[in-house]
Ligand binder design. Sequence first.
Ligand code: GLV
Length: 328
Amino acid sequence: MSKKKILIARAIFPDILAGLEQQFNVESNQADEIFSPEVLLEKVRGKDAVMVTSSEGISAALIQASPQLKAICNIAVGYNNIALDAATQAGIMVTNTPDVLNETTADFGWALLMAAARRITESEHWLRAGHWKKWSYDGFLGADLHGSTLGIIGMGRIGQAIARRSMGFDMKVVYHNRSRLTPELEARANNAEYRTKEDVLRQADHVVLVLPYSAATHHTIAAAELALMKPTAILVNIARGGIVDDIALIDALREQRIAGAGIDVFEGEPAFNPGFLALSNVVLTPHIASASEQTRRAMTNCAASNLIAALAGQLPPNCLNPQVNSKG
Ligand code: GLV
């Protein structure tokens, strides 16, 4: 029986690639080129499955042009890069990589929050630039996290992992989510208290965004929401570009209507609004919240397991549209 054909659209760990090559006829991209939508469409055509990252857009047009395709396997928990409804209509399974990245991503949310609140990158740039001539009592005064109120918008598994970490800082947690957590989950999440989005923004000393991106969550934080936040607050976005209106955020940071921000995801990334670069009160990172070796390996292995199951005619462990029966 001839091997099924798969495309791995981006570079992956070589040993995981080698494992897939034993089972499938693989077109890989270890040079990690970024394919234009047209090139990606041509490469996917004729493949039985494709493995992509959140940087590759899998559009309805691509799906319609790929009648042989049976599975689209994202190496990411977020899947707003994939036209899920079109895939479901075409009978194509779509998978993501939940859970394996929860703790690493929660760690990183804290890293950004602490770096922004305590002005770590700002003061390091200053030190590296040779400005440190004397210690002073008011040098780089930041905000305390211990004892403060943490707001979390998007209280899924990562949001809950962030809330659990706040216990060690004696913090109170308020959260907003599409639906309220069960009392058991709220208790585990440092007795998190459910609020409207507006009340979270008003009451929290610092706010972390961990909600999935969709048309409904576009610009969840725009000028009106930023205006509700405390002037001493830090905003952290480890969710997706587009959840925050970056232009409104830049204005709020420039005018110090909020104290600072930690931003890992941007509208239009890897391009981003250059206005961020002129600001010292924002910590900027290139979408690396899940980037520990162990977790990126776990995500890639998870995507590989999903792909193998889908092409074996089984329901993959992380199928987002289980109503689709495998075309085998
Ligand atoms: C990363 O952004 C992911 O969705 O896994």
